[in-house]
Design a protein around this ligand. Sequence first.
Ligand code: TV7
Ligand code: CA
Ligand code: ZN
Length: 397
Amino acid sequence: EYGLERPQGYSVSFHYNPHVEYHHFGSSHPMKPWRLTLTKQLVLSYGLEYTMDLYEPRPANFNELNIFHDREYLSYLSEITPQNAKPDDPQYIAYGFGGDSNDCPVFDGLWNYVSLYTGASMSAAYNLLNKQSDIAINWSGGLHHAKKNLASGFCYVNDIVIAIQLLLTQHQRVLYIDIDVHHGDGVEQAFESTDRVFTLSFHKYGIDRHGWPFFPGTGNIDEMGPKDPANRGKAHSLNIPIDDGIDDHQYKYLFKTVTSKVIEKYNPQAIVLQSGADSLGGDRLGRFNLNIKAHGSCIETVKSFGRPLILIGGGGYTPRNVARTWCHETAVCVGATLHNDLPTHIPYLQAFQGDENGGGILYPDLHNTKRHDNLNTDAALQKLIEKAMENLRYMEG
Ligand code: TV7
Ligand code: CA
Ligand code: ZN
């Protein structure tokens, strides 16, 4: 009825616990868990639930989070509330809460929130391990900045690291790919000393006119893991630093060229793809100029290699476009084509109607919604690709 074509034989699962939606970082904070409500509503309104296996995973427990995080950090995280938080407490500061930027506020239900999104990533990993799915999706996860004893950049628990740890129980080599506009530093750091995980991140990198580096300030092309040849993790990270305003054509070419080469050389047995939607044009925090279908073409590229795949969310700060993108990418996974006109009888339809150019449609033109002049010349990107290829030669095959 809504233009669904027949799915093409991939078994796809969707891992989502709706309780995650009801958490709030604070009214002015850009991270809005209710973008997941919008995403789910769009997915349901197009009837995509009939093309996948749906799971409502249980929250992860303390010991499961302890697969990556320190006990002391987790104890603190599990006990802290807005009522008992002491912003001057040395531990509070050391663990990354509050601070000037208040990137990682302490809010009601924080422990429940981190357990829910991590439980969904674990459930996705188990589905690959059990061979229940070829592709497992968790849009509530993808919190790539969290360190083992530090909250950072809206991320408290690194669900990606924990999911990869589970995949490593059966798979010798796991590839992590990150198209969030921010550098996937937490995942890179967690696996810097192993050759069993290769991390590849595409992100904005550079210093603004006030002298501030774009968060988190790491991820230059030269950062490719430890330099010590005795370290097994040597050359098992690849960073692709990009400037403001990159367009669809450039990004698709860059992503396909680099990712194909990495998959060919590293030959992973499973892939985890973080699909942060803050790399879209018009994102409140992002700097790129991508349209939804260009972002989604990255998922198509990865899917075409036919390896077991976990697809997870991440950033994305213009909620209606986050929902559009992740709905489109869910359709890409199951092999469906969606009609551009949004189904008319969906809840929250008004969220998609206020758009200047996107009223009532799934694929608005985002290219000019928030102008970031394109500072990436084709020549500079070609040099970047050459440098990336050179970096890959340091990886032992
Ligand atoms: C994965 N950018 C996470 C991305 C994390 C980005 C940042 C904000 C921000 C926080 C707010 C807020 C905000 C409008 C935007 C390091 C500094 C440098 C300034 C003096 N509004 C992901 C984290 C990033 C919090 N942090 O990858 C509460 O923007 O740039 C910084 C921090 C310290 C402060 N100084 C700048 O997408 C999920 N934060 C409003 C309220
Ligand atoms: Ca990234
Ligand atoms: Zn981001």
